[in-house]
Design a protein around this ligand. Structure first.
Ligand code: SF4
Ligand code: SF4
Ligand code: FES
Length: 362
């Protein structure tokens, strides 16, 4: 069993477990500490310095995302330490000096939100001279899904660490030196010419929107309603959020995102199909209304009530004429557990047959 002890954050007694970081304890207690490079799925990197806190006995401010909580430690965040707040004001201003800003002088909003923008709103930012940071993108990268804007990158390395630690692919890396440091690939090739699997996890973890989805309309987070659903591309049952927004007056799915890491079975991850292959939803060829074949041999649109009654009548007629054993019900591992349950219930309870199957049962 883990050892339990207490630490103090901003004078408040907090319970901590052996091995937890100060940031993990603070989050559980609802104490806000800004972060950019932290992602629950990745080892702490201490790269962005947004989360620095004052720790009794330590001369320098320390990264709460990497610093392990120790029994009896006393910690101050920006909420009780003017020194930490001063650090944050200067740091966020430095980040902004080579970041794309809007007309209010704030880091620009991006479709999945920009954590630097949210943080800058809480700080007294300084007006620093813009810095010329000639970072390069990968112009002409022909991959159909992922785009990179170096002017929005804060070099937190979440994307490269995700690609390494979660995907074990290492298609992207921090490349060049100093102010020219950027996110590159081997020989700055397009992603299609690397080991990239186009999972989109790098886009998902990016805190500032420097990595974004090429084909998705540029909506703001406020314009989007997220609808939780289960991916139906395979039997794993990943949870996904359909991002719905109005495009030309019509509600459309404008992108797919994964729920917060640690909250669903897929832990914030999705594959290329789950994340990017959603065009079929609004495809003109998609059958969205039930059809019944008429006496003329052609399919005609009808209501769901009529279609279900028609199918039930046909099945009952067949069962009556040939016995329930003449019927078979086939479901799919791509359906949810609830749908599969209903299919076997329909077969066994309504039609009294055990002839029910689905591909995952073999
Ligand atoms: S899409 Fe996935 S595999 Fe490709 S670079 Fe991003 S994280 Fe790596
Ligand atoms: S692209 Fe995004 S995730 Fe990658 S280093 Fe830049 S800001 Fe961080
Ligand atoms: S979140 Fe701790 S250093 Fe980046």
């Amino acid at each position: 069993m883990s050892e339990i002890f207490t630490i103090k954050i901003d004078g408040r007694e907090c319970v901590a477990l052996q091995g937890e970081t100060v940031l993990q304890v603070a989050r559980r207690e609802g104490i806000q500490i800004p972060t950019l490079c932290d992602d629950k799925r990745l080892d702490p990197a201490g790269a962005c310095r947004a989360c620095l806190v004052e720790i009794d006995g330590q001369r320098r401010l320390q990264p709460s995302c990497a610093w392990k909580a120790a029994d009896g430690a006393s910690i101050k965040t920006h909420q009780s330490s003017p020194r930490v707040q001063r650090h944050q004001d200067v740091l966020v201003s430095l980040y902004m000096s080579d970041h794309k800003l809007d007309e209010q002088g704030l880091p620009v909003e991006t479709p999945n939100g920009n954590d630097l923008r949210a943080w800058a709103k809480d700080c007294s930012t300084l007006k620093l001279e813009p810095v010329n940071a000639p970072r390069v993108a990968r112009p002409g990268d022909k991959n159909p899904y992922i785009e990179f804007d170096p002017a929005l990158c804060v070099l937190c390395a979440r994307c490269t660490r995700y690609c390494d630690e979660v995907e074990a692919v290492n298609a992207i890396t921090l490349t060049n030196r100093g102010s020219e440091t950027t996110i590159g690939t081997a020989g700055m090739r397009g992603l299609l010419d690397t080991s990239c699997e186009l999972c989109g996890g790098c886009v998902d973890t990016c805190p500032t929107g420097a990595l974004f989805e090429k084909k998705s309309p540029k909506t703001t987070p406020e314009e989007v309603t997220k609808v939780r659903t289960t991916c139906n591309y395979c039997g794993v049952g990943c949870q996904m959020d359909l991002n719905v927004a109005k495009v030309n007056g019509q509600e459309r799915v404008v992108r797919v995102t994964s729920p917060e890491p640690g909250t669903t079975v897929n832990d914030g991850n999705l594959c290329i199909k789950g994340r990017f292959a959603y065009d079929f939803i609004h495809h003109a060829d998609r059958i969205t209304k039930p059809l019944i074949r008429g006496q003329d041999g052609k399919l005609h649109e009808t209501s769901w009530e009529k279609a279900i009654a028609f199918a039930a009548e046909g099945l009952m007629k067949a069962a009556k004429r040939h016995g329930p054993g003449a019927l078979g019900f086939v479901s799919s591992s791509r359906c949810t557990g609830e749908e599969n349950y209903l299919m076997q219930k329909l077969a066994r309870a309504a039609f009294k047959t055990g002839n029910v199957h689905q591909c995952a049962a073999t």
